[in-house]
Design a binder for this molecule. Sequence first.
Ligand code: TNX
Length: 555
Amino acid sequence: ICPAVATTAWSSAAPASASEDEAPLALVPRPVSLERGPGSGFRLGPTSVIVAPDDAAPVGEYLADLLRPSTGFSLPVSDASAATSAITLTLTDAASTDPEGYDLTVSEGAVAIDAPTAAGLFHGVQSLRQLLPAAVEATQAQDADWVVPAVVIEDEPRFEYRSAMLDVARRFYPVDAVKRYIDQIALYKLNTLHLHLTDDQGWRIAIDGLPALTEIGASTQSGWAPGSNTGDPWFYTPADYAEIVEYAASRYIEIVPEIDGPGHTLAAQASVPGLTCDGVPTAPYYGFDVNLPMVCATEANSANIRDYLEKVISSVAAQNPGQYIHLGGDEVPNPPAGWYEAYTAMANEIATEHGKTIVGWHQWAQGATLPAGSLVQYWAEGRVNRPKIGVGAESADIREVRAALAAGARVVVSPADRSYTDMKYSSSTAYGLSWAGLVNLRRAYDWDPVTELSSTDGTVKVVTEEQVAGVEASLWADRAYRGSTSLPTSHSQFIPVEQYTDHMIFPRMPAIAEIAWSPAQDKDYTEFLSRLTQHDDRWDALGYEWFRAPDVEWE
Ligand code: TNX
């Protein structure tokens, strides 16, 4: 379906049976096209079945697992059924032409989800889920009327790379906390989980042949005192990591693992002697702040850097079936001549040899030539950069994006003052940072990746729609503790990662997800709020400690 001609008939086009002033259906992201009716909708009941033949079966089982606890219905999943109340998932090329698109038709006796791929069916299931009462999210049987309104939806994503980042380097997220985040982003049709696995404050993935990276590099977290870990080690064993990859895949989410360098490398430099010029490891780093180190990328040290990158990248490639590896590249101020290029050239070469497509922060393009198909991730402040686009001297950030585009790369857009979910909402937010300003829900919603990289009058565009691979909501964890304007004085001020995450991403992550999925035209903050605010009881039912933003009227 073509977004430009698709109909978007919301409550205004509802049939006579639906009242004119009823709230729009609580779908986030907003579907490309939706028509209400005909008829009274579908009632899920004790005799309802799920029909999901062949490769649709895993999505059928996922749906059944989602619906059984709260409804108490048995919901058998089968290849075919003559039941009068069925939810049918069908893989068919007759549905959307986008691999992740789907059609969802709800009528009196039946729900039909058609899609060209299982991922498309999965996104259709998320829409169906959002059309059911919020009580469906409960883990115990609920007494509810499980009615889905009659609709015809045709839907597909605007961008293919719809990401959320988790900074497991600053704060370690146990496997279950990562799975919880995966479920949170899946509900909003994101398909990419960017794991920031290494930084000054920690190294979280096991590397064959370099056990010190986790023996030493995993002993620290942002702001935690030496020796504070008395429980499980703060890294993912290969078995843990495989469990995360598999769980993500079951939600049609690809992991993009990030190994940051040549800066943000203190955990590595504390563990591997060959990364410093004098061969002496640095002290484990327990600070809160970005330390701005750089690995020793001299000519004389190149064999050591190559050995490190070869072992790390081959091990990470082996543990990640996905297409991409993120090689970092941010925040390396004033590198000695040639060092940045030497590191990026080697990392690009090795990653390419291992069959990976490269992602780097936008600075990555100032190094060696980018291999074909690379992505760069723009993370600078639009507020600072935009006014300079096309008027006189553009900022270094924009020049770096232009260099990447000239090399044929595309861009993942995650402006810190829009989509960094570690920024405070307001000055009274208990956690997080404010270096890119305060980001309330409206700021998180009211932007567009193409215009964010255009001059303020719109006449000069740095990127075209086609050059935007997608969007990311990036959750850093530098300051995941209570009262973050002053440093914590005791460990009890550090909050559980789940609590930090919930507060920072709800309600902002769904706003970014809508930017990633929905057509840009007709974007309207008030209309978005009328759908999003219906999600609060869903978040409650899911046990999320979401932030009741005071500038929004919740239900
Ligand atoms: C900047 S954004 C960083 C991170 C910090 C973040 C905190 C980027 C590529 N680097 O190291 O965690 O700010 O907001």
